[in-house]
Design a protein around this ligand. Structure first.
Ligand SMILES: *Cc1c(COP(=O)(O)O)cnc(C)c1O
Length: 465
């Protein structure tokens, strides 16, 4: 009998196959060739290779297709957020408004990033977005950096380099992702001077801590952390008085960057940029991708002179914001000119404003699409979703989820993560939950299919709970 290895087609024959040709158009010839080579090697090493030429070609192409798909898949992929955490830092925080995505695409090529179209001379990237931030916050001037951590670091470096920063002991927080206020202050070239106690700090404590070396008073929104009970801290307006007496600026890191409290009725009070500036804070900084609902960036608003100082700081170059971010931020901010538009077009606001009844309705409407193997059951249940991103700590939104029981929930979770697109949910006791609050309207059928496929895969594993 002849060796079937001799029947294996040549590389040229394989590359000439219409399927391989289509792959080459999509991925380039070299990766296709490499995948075909690996497929050939695999068949050559099979001890009991059999089949005729056509069979072998079909097997080779199928192996190569798998290999190619695996190697060409991007590392960063779209996922479905069924976690019930709207601003999920691990999932990229705020999903962008369509207007912001369109602006990013427009900005992706050449643009007047650092050029004045009026004079034809060099302009500054830091001029973009300033007018709209001023309009929305009442600030005299503003500056955009690549995130809020950079903004805080820049502010500390500029106003307290080789000097002291006063911070309440109740605000020496870690925000997550290793952003710790004490470390940021030290690394920004300043010394931390702790004021008051963890639960109570008064204006008089700040007055007493002011000395020759004091450069800045920093107020930090504790974000994901809350002191309850016997707790007290001065209002921003009181800190303004302390800072004025000491002749130093007051910087307020408000974190989540709520622009208009009226857009989130019924939510607990969060500091707004405008209120902090109106109370007299000299510099206010916040994130673009938290409650604002825009791209990752940091925004600093304040007086003309202070912002000019920040713009002249050489560290700013290291914290520089990119052109597509500026474009997305501008497009997002512009939506805030009309609260109605902001509420409907900015996904974060839309998700946070959706009524529990509407979320439950979306859950019910699509639950029947989730085909289940015997022994497993799915139900629509009431859940509690959270805002996330360090906003509104302890506050929960009534929400609705698909709850799968009858299979090991961690097996369903793993299968859901392995799907295309991956679906992220949460495991609660003996169930796997897909919360609909952060599943974008229109995505439900896809999420239902993803869940059904995950349940199928986990069921095949034969691991009933
Ligand atoms: C989230 C947060 C930060 C960090 O902001 P990034 O934009 O993630 O760098 C800093 N301070 C506070 C109070 C925050 O809530």
């Amino acid at each position: 009998m002849s060796d079937p290895r001799r029947a294996l087609p040549s590389m040229d024959v394989l590359l000439g196959d219409p399927r391989a040709e289509a792959w080459s158009v999509e991925h380039g010839r070299e990766p296709v060739k490499a995948s075909l080579r690996r497929a050939l090697e695999r068949l050559r090493s099979e001890p009991e290779l059999s089949g005729d030429g056509a069979d072998l070609i079909a097997r080779l192409l199928s192996l190569a297709a798998e290999d190619l798909a695996f190697r060409q898949r991007p590392s960063l992929v779209r996922v479905l957020n069924g976690t019930g955490v709207v601003l999920h830092t691990n999932l990229g925080r705020a999903p962008l408004a369509e207007e912001a995505v369109a602006a990013q695409r427009r900005a992706a090529g050449y643009g007047n990033v650092e050029l004045s179209l009026e004079t034809g001379e060099r302009g500054s990237r830091y001029d973009h977005c300033v007018d709209v931030v001023r309009e929305l916050t009442g600030a005299e001037a503003a500056l955009v950096t690549n995130n809020n951590a950079a903004a805080v670091s820049l502010v500390v470096n500029e106003f307290a380099r080789d000097r002291e920063v006063l911070v309440s002991r109740g605000e020496l927080v870690e925000i997550g992702g290793s952003f710790r206020i004490p470390d940021v202050i030290e690394r920004s070239g300043a010394r931390l001077r702790e004021v008051g106690t963890t639960n109570r700090t008064r204006a008089a404590d700040y007055d007493a801590a002011v000395g020759e070396r004091t450069g800045l008073l920093l107020r930090v929104h504790p974000s994901n952390y809350r002191v309850e009970g016997f707790a007290e801290r001065p209002a921003v307006a009181e800190l303004v008085e302390v800072a004025r007496r000491a002749g130093i600026p007051l910087a307020h890191d408000i974190g989540s960057g709520l622009l208009r409290a009226d857009l989130l009725p019924g939510f607990p009070e969060e500091p707004t940029v405008r209120a902090s500036l109106a109370a007299g804070a000299d510099i206010v900084s916040w994130s673009g991708d938290k409650l604002l609902g825009g791209p990752q960036c940091g925004i600093v608003a304040g007086g003309r002179e202070r912002i000019a100082q920040l713009r002249a700081n050489p560290l700013l170059r290291a914290f520089r914001v990119d052109k597509t971010t500026l474009a997305a931020l501008e497009a997002t901010l512009v939506l805030y000119r009309d609260p109605e538009r902001a509420a409907t077009k900015i996904p974060v606001l839309r998700m946070l404003r959706e009524t529990a009844a509407a979320v439950a309705e979306r859950a019910r409407a699509h639950a029947s699409r989730i085909a289940l193997p015997p022994g497993a059951s799915v139900a629509v249940v009431e859940t509690r979703a959270v805002v996330g991103g360090g906003s509104f700590p302890g506050f929960e939104l009534s929400s609705a989820a698909w709850r799968v029981r009858g299979l090991r929930p961690d097996a369903v979770a793993a299968a859901a993560r392995a799907g295309t697109p991956p679906l992220l949910g949460r495991v609660e006791q003996d169930a796997f939950l897909v919360d609909l609050r952060a599943i974008v309207p229109g995505e439900e059928p896809e999420a239902a299919r993803a869940l059904a496929a995950a349940v199928e895969a986990a069921g095949r594993g034969g691991v009933g709970a």
